[in-house]
Every structure is written in structure tokens, then in C-alpha cells.
Design a binder for this molecule. Structure first.
Ligand code: NAD
Length: 425
């Protein structure tokens, strides 16, 4: 047990060096040397970089990175780094990709690289009139936005279009301006937020209203990544498997309770690549779930059908605001290594790979659920975690994991007993 905390007010915590913060934290919470050594060991991120990335930095949380093999995307083989703590995620992608490989793998595309920034305007008695006043200023708005980011313009990005909507709210009507900006190889949050903040005073001036929020929308529906794939029925175990999977999809399509878990499985794959490449997992997750609700009811991010030949066709389409520059992508050495492994040239390519991984993940989860159930594979992989939690080390981990699977009891209490037996205790 650590010390009960008397107060969380630690004046000037942010002003200390990392080692001072660790020492202070260790003293306050009476952490032992093992804990403070853990905090001081930053793994593949230097203390200096970490300390610049977030506030009150005291350490890192290392997450395993695995490589998804067998992925063939748009006629090219790709190795995909995935950062995840969940045991079956990498294996699921490898398995789905293996079953698709001989039939050509995944075909992907992208709707564009445009992000949306929103500006909220209130206190206008004539919102419909104000809307047109803003729309008429499109070229002035373009100039203001493009002047914010000369580098982005040089790279072929910048302001593309304008949308203005009037929405009814509990605070009365609001005029919401959307700036549509091509952010090229950047995720673009900072880029478009800067534009929205710069433009807001002009909008207030043109309309006589008051602007409040000025920030991007994570519902990046002008940046949709798409992937499709056909699994031959003979490669996936026959018609009964295919039909079970189609019904699993229909279940998710019709029932939000199922759709949440169906999409969580997709995000197991998606978020793992987003994280491995130093991108913003929360931005992609927010976009995914908002997009899944776009028709008024939360539903599946994938669609599954039977082709005229009787094979299984899967499709995914979802917002994918990821970048090769910005955020942690260039700062985190592991993210840079992940991008090297992927060997891709643009943010669109990365987004498309991620969509293919999401589809592969969904294939494996649905197949397992519609056949043997998810626990068999999951618990086989999880048995190693349980073995380690019970105290197994070195060769004992594999030995104990095998015993647990054979006994059909992947549980910590059984693992502790079996470990004692294994050690002849
Ligand atoms: P950024 O500002 O660090 O980088 C983008 C800039 O890099 C561009 O504006 C451009 O000037 C430059 N650039 C250089 N090479 C480029 C290229 N090839 N293509 C495009 N731009 C290039 O980052 P960002 O992408 O604007 O923002 C991403 C960060 O914003 C992430 O860390 C994210 O977590 C954070 N964020 C997210 C949210 C949200 O999702 N709601 C809100 C605020 C901030």
C-alpha cells in the first residue's frame, strides 16, 4: 500500500525536472525504489522528449508493438506495426489477411484529405441573413485562412470550401461556419484550429454576432478511408461460416448493443496502428463512432455481402484523420520506426492501410464469433498473461500456458496451483 494522499495540491510540480518530480512523487506516495526506477526508465522515448510532449511528465507506459504479416494492399505487400496491450489483436489481423492473400488481398481508396473547422456564432437575430453574409465572403475567408499556413499552401494544401449552417439549440439559433481545408500529410487539427481562431473576429464583425468555439470537428467525413476485400468461401471454411458471418453483420447493423462491440473489434486494429504511428487515437475513435451514428442510429462501420460467385465481400468506410507529420509522429522515435516499416509515402496511404487493418480485424472477430466463439483463441493467447501474472518466468510461461489451455482453465487461481506443481512445491 502506498501513502494516503493528504492533498493533491503540489505547488510548482511542473517547474521541477523529471528526476525531481519522480523523487517528489516517490516521497509523497512512499513509492519504493522499484517503482521510482520504473518511472525513470523511459524505454524508447527519451526523458527529454517525453518532458516536452506533455505536462508534469514522470515516465512512460510501454505498450507491446507487434507486426501484422500477410497484408497485401492494392497489390503491394505491407508489414503493419500495431501497438496494443490486447493479446489476440495482431493474430486476428494476420489470420484474416492470410485467408485473403491468395485472392489478392485488400483494395483501398480515400475520399480526400480535407478537415473541417467549426466556428460558432451566436447572438444574431437574423441567422439566415447572417449565413448568406458569411457565404458571400468566401474569397476573403480563403485569403485569411491560407495566410495562416504558407508551408501548407506550398505543399498544395489549404482552404478548399465553405459551408454555413443554421442550427437550433437550447440557447437559440446558432450560425455554424465550416472551413474545409486540405491538410495534406498532416492530421491537421492545429492547422485548422489556427485558421478558425484567426477568422472568427471577421465573422463576428460581418454579422454583428459573437463567436465562441473555434475548433476542428473530429467527424472528418471528408477524409474517409475505404477498404474492400473478397474472401473466397473455400478459403474461410465453407458456406456455413460465410452465412454465420453475414448474420453476425446483420445483427450489428440492426442493434446498437451489438454494433458497439462489433466496432470495438474494428478499433482494436485501427487504434493499434494509429498509436504505433504516433497519431491521435482519440481523434480517430471519436470520428469513427460519430460516423457510425450518421444515419440517426449507431450501426456497423463495415458492410458484408455475398458476391455473385458466392464469396464473402467485406467493405469498410470510416473517417481517418491521420498524418505523417505533426503530433507525435515525428517526435516519437518508435513512431518514426513504425512509419519506416510501413514504407509509405503519404498520410492517405497510411489511412488506407489502417482501414484495411480494421476490416481484417472485423473479419476475424466475426468469424470466431460465428464459429468456435471468441474465447478459444483469445484465452489461448491470454494464457501467457495469466501464467506471468501467477509468477511464471522464462520457460515456465509457455509450459504453464499450455497446461492452462489443456485443462480448459485459464484462470489465475488455477495458474498459481499449477505453477506450484510445475515447480514441485
Ligand atoms: P502540426 O501543427 O504539428 O503540424 C501540421 C503543420 O505541419 C501544417 O500546418 C504544416 O505547416 C506543416 N507541414 C509540414 N509538412 C507537411 C506536410 N507534408 N503536409 C501537411 N503539413 C505539413 O499538427 P496538426 O496535424 O495540425 O495537428 C495534429 C495534432 O493536433 C495532434 O497532436 C492532435 O492530437 C492535436 N489536436 C487534436 C485535436 C482534436 O482532434 N480534437 C484538437 C487539438 C489538437
Amino acid at each position: 500500500m502506498t501513502q494516503t494522499l493528504s492533498s493533491s495540491r503540489i505547488s510548482g510540480f511542473h517547474k521541477h525536472s523529471v528526476s525531481e518530480r519522480i523523487a517528489l512523487l516517490s516521497k509523497i506516495m512512499q513509492l519504493d525504489a522499484t517503482d521510482s526506477d520504473l518511472l525513470a526508465n523511459c524505454g524508447n522515448l527519451s526523458q527529454e522528449v517525453g518532458n516536452h510532449m506533455i505536462e508534469n511528465f514522470v515516465g512512460t507506459m510501454t505498450i507491446p508493438v507487434g507486426i501484422a504479416t500477410n497484408m497485401r494492399i492494392d497489390g503491394k505487400d505491407v508489414l503493419v506495426p500495431m501497438a496494443t496491450e490486447e493479446s489476440s489483436v495482431v493474430a486476428a489481423v494476420c489470420n484474416a489477411a492470410r485467408q485473403a492473400y491468395d485472392n489478392g488481398g485488400f483494395i483501398t481508396s480515400m475520399s480526400g484529405a480535407e478537415m473541417i473547422a467549426q466556428i460558432q456564432l451566436v447572438n444574431v437575430t437574423d441567422p439566415t441573413h447572417a449565413r448568406l453574409c458569411i457565404l458571400e465572403k468566401k474569397e476573403e475567408i480563403r485569403a485569411i485562412c491560407d495566410a495562416c499556413d504558407p508551408l501548407l499552401i506550398k505543399l498544395g494544401g489549404g482552404f478548399r470550401d465553405l459551408e454555413v449552417r443554421v442550427i437550433e439549440t437550447k440557447s437559440g439559433p446558432m450560425v455554424i461556419t465550416h472551413l474545409i481545408v486540405d491538410t495534406r500529410d498532416a492530421m491537421g487539427a492545429n492547422a485548422v484550429n489556427t485558421m478558425a481562431e484567426k477568422l472568427a473576429p471577421s465573422i463576428a464583425q460581418w454579422t454583428g454576432g459573437k463567436t465562441y468555439l473555434r475548433i476542428l470537428s473530429n467527424l472528418a467525413d471528408r477524409r474517409l478511408a475505404r477498404a474492400r476485400c473478397i474472401w473466397r468461401t473455400e478459403d474461410i471454411g465453407g458456406e456455413a461460416v460465410r452465412d454465420g458471418m453475414i448474420m453476425a453483420y446483420h445483427f450489428a447493423e440492426s442493434d446498437p448493443y451489438r454494433a458497439a462491440t462489433h466496432n470495438k473489434g474494428i478499433m482494436n486494429g485501427v487504434s493499434a496502428v494509429v498509436l504505433a504511428t504516433g497519431n491521435d487515437t482519440r481523434a480517430v475513435e471519436a470520428g469513427a463512432h460519430a460516423y457510425a451514428s450518421r444515419n440517426g442510429r449507431y450501426s456497423s462501420l463495415t458492410s458484408w455481402e455475398v458476391t455473385p460467385e458466392g464469396d464473402l465481400a467485406g467493405v469498410i468506410e470510416m473517417p481517418m484523420a491521420v498524418g505523417l507529420v505533426g503530433g507525435a509522429t515525428k517526435l516519437h522515435p518508435m513512431a518514426r520506426a513504425a512509419l519506416k516499416i510501413l514504407n509509405i509515402a503519404s498520410a492517405s496511404e497510411l489511412a488506407q492501410v489502417i482501414a484495411a487493418v480494421g476490416l481484417a480485424q472485423n473479419f476475424s472477430a466475426m468469424k470466431a464469433l460465428a464459429t468456435t466463439g471468441i474465447q478459444k483463441g483469445h484465452m489461448t493467447l491470454h494464457s501467457h498473461n495469466i501464467a506471468m501474472m501467477a509468477g511464471a518466468v522464462g520457460k515456465e510461461v509457455d509450459q504453464l500456458a499450455k497446461i492452462l489451455v489443456a485443462k480448459g482453465g485459464v484462470r489465475i487461481d488455477i495458474a498459481e496451483k499449477e505453477l506450484a506443481l510445475l515447480r514441485g512445491e
